[in-house]
Design a protein around this ligand. Structure first.
Ligand code: ATP
Ligand code: MG
Length: 880
């Protein structure tokens, strides 16, 4: 088999399908975009849903990708099986209503077996098909696969409920019976069975049916191909590794972990190896997840991260690792993945800090938690119970940060279980108590059924109005149920009209207040989202009773909204300025408009230069100074497109669209709220520019007060410097710094020449130190660290007035040593020629040398032998 690196294997897959007319899609973020049903992107197809369900038609129906994926359901497998990670890359080719079974199978076989590509031995490959899928069976036969290598397996049907589904065909690599964990004749020992011999490397899904809500399956108008090949598994096969971990994707991380462990080595003890593998897997997962914008927290994605980090830390303890160490593995991950995923190296510092903070937090509570855990286990056992209570598990979670699963694992090691229901109840109560955060979107997912049935219309009037005096309250939802009134806690409300903006197009939702007709505040609006039928759904903290069908005054927080407006219009100006500077090929890849800052993501293969950033900032500010009126136009889609308005790549638009126009500079499809005139933005300032994914970069910027604040802060540093350097004026700082630098340079030069003089003087002193050895006068000296040139200079001085018959010098120069001998005719007559003497003493410094009778020199690798060399010279001279 060919020798290939993981990077080459990934590239070969992409190249093969690009060769067959596929467009290479860059890996999407691990955090799903606009898909509340998914916690993490867990396969290539997860990013292609919009194409597969027909919501959107791709430009090219043939696509190929290497997609970052996270599967938390495999967490327990990591380290225990050869083939599972939580984070892995899925290589996949996709056909959206284009080629189907015969072509997909033919290409899969060609890629795997052709000598031009992966060049696998066909004898090592097995495939499985769905028993009723004779077509797929025939396709494999057609490729020359022998019938003994095709298995019919009932499981091979891909169906995740309502929606596209179909039979699939899996490809297995035979790792040989010697790598198996079951006997040759075990009933599970076949491709697709529970065994370690036949490794599933690739799955090809023939998405041809539609699973209807009533349970029927009907033909799909567009048949699609969706495939998934695990990169790590391919690499393990090609690099002939026993598991995914002994490959170039993981070994550098494992070796770096060995460095910090207490003398633990990988491959010695199976228990330790599991810990090494878990750490290597988890640090990859958290580095990528944080790089894609997820952060450790107590729920959802953040909880998964927290759990992964804590699990890695606890496994570090098993290897005797003390202190934070995960953060130091991030650069190793960055190095390995850099060629295809520069985002880890680009954001290394941020990822490291985030991980270290989490490690520190955990360390602080870990010891207390561990003793409480021990105590709890002991108490539970003492009472004769088999189960740790939900309250105890919750206390460990809430106070000491122990993820539930960790408590459960520790309990299981002691033969106990944990009361999950009790734990969940405690958790729910906690959530009720602490539900104060904005943007609690998760509650929406659960409430679809009730919300979907709500058809009562609601009009958004917030483009022109900050307050609606008489809005009728048409629906109240409390904990997934529609109710007619609410007196406390949280609720979701729909009114016939509202000034509150619902989060959309990157612009955050409004916050504000709901008042009764007497003007008393009855609820605080903390978030607004679109309900399934489009109404603005207000998430509120109830302060006083609210009753359905009553009328209320709705008032947004005007300061908040004013800031948002400025940042939103500034985002449009930034978008256009970027296009002007980078050229038309750049496109927007997402944006966020908050009151305090704005964030804009765009495609670009290179980081922006300082000059480009300045130019962009300048353009935006010029548009602000030009005091341009901002217009909005509502029109139909076609006319808007004809006007040349910029539309976003994956947004959907209805028949009527809204276009926001800043003179002839910027024109974009946008439903957001904007200033009336660009001058309202005040100033615009870019604060950072970073990479967030392959080919995607992010600019964050501030406007108005916030920009002023940032400027003030930077100015304060300069002023501090001005004070420290005692310059009368700020503008004199650069020349002051230049002056200081020049001064420093002169001082350094003077210092150097003084050092030379000093050395010369010391050498002079040295020549007065004459000793009488037998009948000869000798000078023997160890000169402080210097080099052969200096020794020669001293010898020249010696020669001029010959204060002795013989001169022996030694010196150390970093890890090298030098010796020099000079002799006059008297010494030579005593059989002490310089060349002879040096040959005798040089071995002491592990060196050799030679020269003439008058002068000889030697170099060696052992400075610690200098004293012995000089002593030996002394003895030899005395004897002579
Ligand atoms: P398995 O049964 O081995 O867990 P799967 O049936 O869950 O695999 P698919 O959902 O078909 O796998 O995913 C397609 C491919 O992705 C697999 O063939 C495999 O190469 C890879 N893959 C799936 N899960 C993982 C994982 N946890 N770690 C590494 N690779 C994986
Ligand atoms: Mg699986």
């Amino acid at each position: 088999m060919k020798q290939m690196t993981s990077a080459q294997i990934r590239q070969m897959f992409l190249d093969f399908f690009a060769d067959k007319g596929h467009t290479i899609e860059p890996s999407s973020s691990l955090v799903p975009k606009d898909d509340p049903t998914l916690l993490w992107i867990n396969s290539g197809v997860a990013t292609m849903k919009k194409y597969f369900d027909g919501e959107k038609i791709p430009k090219n129906p043939r696509l190929v990708s290497a997609q970052k994926s996270i599967r938390t359901n495999d967490i327990e497998n990591v380290g225990h099986t050869a083939r599972h990670q939580t984070f892995f890359e899925m290589l996949g080719n996709f056909s959206v209503g284009d080629y189907f079974k015969p072509q997909a199978v033919a290409w899969a076989w060609e890629l795997l077996t052709s000598p031009k590509w992966f060049d696998f031995d066909p004898q090592k490959l097995y495939v499985t098909v769905y028993p009723k899928d004779q077509a797929a069976y025939d396709c494999w036969l057609e490729q020359g696969v022998s019938p003994e290598h095709i298995y019919k397996v009932e499981d091979n049907f891909w169906d995740i409920g309502v929606g596209p589904c179909g039979p699939d065909s899996e490809i297995f690599y035979d790792r040989g019976q010697e790598n198996n964990d079951v006997a040759e004749n075990d009933p599970e020992n076949y491709p697709g069975g529970e065994n370690a011999r036949y490794l599933e490397i690739w799955n090809i899904v023939f998405s041809e049916l539609n699973h209807l809500p009533d349970g029927q399956y009907v033909d799909q108008p567009h048949k699609n191909i969706d495939t998934g090949m695990g990169l790590e598994r391919m690499v393990s096969v090609i690099q002939n590794a026993p598991t995914n971990f002994e490959t170039d994707l993981f070994l550098p991380i494992i070796h770096a972990t060995e460095q910090v462990s207490a003398n633990k080595k990988y491959g010695v003890n199976p228990e330790d190896d599991i810990a090494f593998k878990i750490i290597a897997d988890h640090v990859r997962a958290v580095s990528f997840a944080i790089g894609d914008g997820a952060l450790p927290s107590n729920e959802g994605r953040g909880y998964v991260l927290r759990r992964l980090i804590r699990r890695a830390v606890l496994n570090g303890h098993k290897l005797g690792i003390k202190g934070s160490f995960l953060r130091d593995l991030v650069p190793v991950v960055g190095q390995i993945m850099q060629s295809y995923y520069p985002e880890i190296v680009d954001q290394q510092e941020f990822i490291q800090t985030t991980i270290e903070n989490e490690e520190t937090r955990f360390a602080a509570t870990l010891n207390d938690g561990l003793s409480l855990l021990k105590e709890t286990i002991a108490k539970t056992k003492a009472t004769g119970s088999q189960q740790i209570s939900g309250e105890a598990a919750f206390k460990l979670f809430d106070t000491y940060g122990f993820p539930y699963e960790l408590t459960e694992e520790s309990a299981q090691e002691q033969g106990l279980s944990v009361d999950r229901t009790g734990f969940d109840n405690q958790m729910e109560q906690q959530k009720q108590r602490a539900r104060n955060a904005r943007g609690n979107k998760q509650s929406m997912g659960n409430q679809d059924q009730v919300l979907m049935s709500l058809k009562t219309p609601s009009i958004f009037v917030g483009y022109d109005q900050n307050v609606v005096e008489q809005a009728q309250l048409n629906a109240i939802i409390v904990r997934d149920q529609e109710v007619s009134q609410v007196t406390e806690g949280q609720a979701q409300l729909i009114f016939d009209q509202t000034p509150f903006y619902a989060e959309m197009g990157g612009q955050v939702a409004d916050i504000g207040e709901i008042r009764d007709q007497a003007g008393n505040a009855v609820a605080e609006v903390v978030d607004v989202q679109h309900a399934p039928n489009g109404q603005n759904l207000h998430l509120v903290n109830v302060k006083a009773p609210l009753v359905k069908n009553e009328r209320y005054q709705l008032a947004i927080d005007e300061t908040f909204r004013m800031k948002v407006r400025r940042n939103h219009t500034a985002t449009h100006l930034l978008d256009q300025a970027l296009r002007n500077v980078l050229g038309g090929q750049t496109r927007q890849a997402g944006s966020l408009v908050e009151p305090d800052y704005l964030r804009f993501d765009f495609t670009s293969s290179q980081r922006l230069t300082e000059a480009q950033l300045q130019q962009i900032e300048q353009i935006v500010n010029e548009k602000i100074w030009q005091e341009i009126p901002v217009e909005t136009i509502e029109t139909d889609l076609e006319s808007a497109k004809k006007l040349g308005a910029i539309s976003l790549f994956d947004d959907k638009y209805g028949e009527q669209v809204r276009v926001v126009k800043v003179a002839d500079f910027s024109m974009e499809f946008c439903g957001g709220t904007h200033v009336k005139n660009t001058s309202e933005i005040g100033i615009f300032k870019i604060v950072s520019e970073t990479a967030i994914g392959s080919g995607v970069r992010r600019v964050t910027a501030v406007t108005s007060q916030e920009a002023y604040r940032v400027d003030q802060e930077q100015l304060s540093y300069l002023k501090q410097m001005q004070q420290d350097l005692k310059t009368p004026q700020l503008k004199a700082l650069p020349s002051k710094v230049a002056q200081l630098t020049a001064q420093l340079k002169t001082t350094q030069q003077q210092l150097q020449s003084l050092q030379v003089k000093l050395a010369q003087q010391e050498a002079g002193d040295l020549l007065t130190n004459v000793q009488q050895l037998g009948s000869l006068k000798a000078i023997i000296a160890l000169v402080p660290d210097t080099g052969m040139n200096e020794l020669r200079q001293i010898a020249d001085n010696w020669k001029q007035n010959q204060p002795s018959d013989i001169l022996v010098l030694g010196t150390k120069n970093q890890d090298k040593a030098n010796l020099l001998v000079s002799a006059n005719s008297v010494a030579i007559d005593h059989n002490l020629a310089a060349g002879d003497l040096i040959k005798q003493i040089a071995p002491q410094i592990d060196g050799g040398g030679g020269g003439r009778a008058q002068m000889a020199q030697a170099g060696g690798k052992n400075p610690s032998g200098l004293d012995a060399a000089l002593q030996l010279a002394k003895d030899l001279i005395t004897k002579a």
